[in-house]
Design a protein around this ligand. Structure first.
Ligand SMILES: Nc1ncnc2c1ncn2[C@@H]1O[C@H](COP(=O)(O)OP(=O)(O)OP(=O)(O)O)[C@@H](O)[C@H]1O
Ligand SMILES: [Mg+2]
Length: 208
């Protein structure tokens, strides 16, 4: 079955009750008060690990703590193989649609490194309003977001209302990527700088 790398993380916290533990990997499931938790922490771990061909297991004992074991297939290649790659110079303003502030911050760093200006909004409705206002050259949106419209809905709306707007979607969930099929350019999280660069370039040239 090949070699795996195992990462174990444990705490000595409150532990997780049995009826809760079945749901901890569900997107948006949280027992934290409104505004304190997005419920996306563990579901993103689940998404990343599955897309990498690994597995994640959680064990918990009330009052004693929780242990999470992640298994990932060991790679055979060498890290840093893309170092020599020349990345295309980005131009114009990217509308970044991302509900998680940490992800938005790291995406902004990457986009700016590529030469794009970045305008950030946290949901699809705000994205639509921003696009109506003009000044956006390309849309880069997360798929799974709270709110009535998700990233896929946003992309479908835009195809009708702004057929010349380049759109790139990103997701950490294999379910979400399956649903979007091959309708739109899709990046799987976590992605590397050259993948982001290529996706944006491809989107720009395909509508030009
Ligand atoms: N180490 C832990 N100890 C006890 N309960 C946990 C632990 N990790 C997760 N949980 C439970 O699982 C739920 C879902 O976890 P998840 O990380 O997906 O979201 P969150 O922690 O609520 O929000 P976020 O990660 O966005 O801050 C938590 O609300 C909590 O009830
Ligand atoms: Mg969490």
């Amino acid at each position: 079955k090949g070699e795996y790398v195992q990462i174990k993380v444990a705490d000595t916290g409150a532990g997780i009750p049995e009826d809760v533990i079945a749901k901890v990997f569900d997107p948006f499931f949280t027992t934290k008060p409104v505004g304190k938790g997005t419920g996306l922490g563990l579901s993103q771990v689940h998404g990343f690990v599955n897309q990498a061909g690994g597995s994640v297991e959680i064990k918990s004992k009330l009052g004693a703590g929780t242990e999470i074991v992640i298994r990932l297939p060991r790679g055979e290649g060498h890290a840093g193989v893309h170092e020599a790659e020349v990345l295309a110079e980005g131009a114009g303003t990217v509308l970044l649609v991302e509900d998680n502030p940490d992800v938005a911050t790291s995406s902004t760093v990457l986009l700016e490194e590529l030469g794009y200006r970045v305008k950030w909004v946290t949901d699809a409705e705000s994205a639509m309003r921003e696009i109506e206002r003009d000044g956006i050259d390309i849309v880069f949106s997360d798929i799974v977001m709270p709110g009535k419209l998700d990233g896929l809905g946003l992309a479908r709306n835009l195809r009708r209302s702004h057929p010349h707007m380049p759109v790139v979607l990103a997701t950490g969930y294999s379910d979400a990527s399956r649903k979007s099929g091959s309708e739109f350019l899709l990046l799987r999280k976590p992605y590397e700088l050259h993948e982001l660069s290529n996706a944006l370039e491809t989107a720009r040239s395909s509508v030009a």
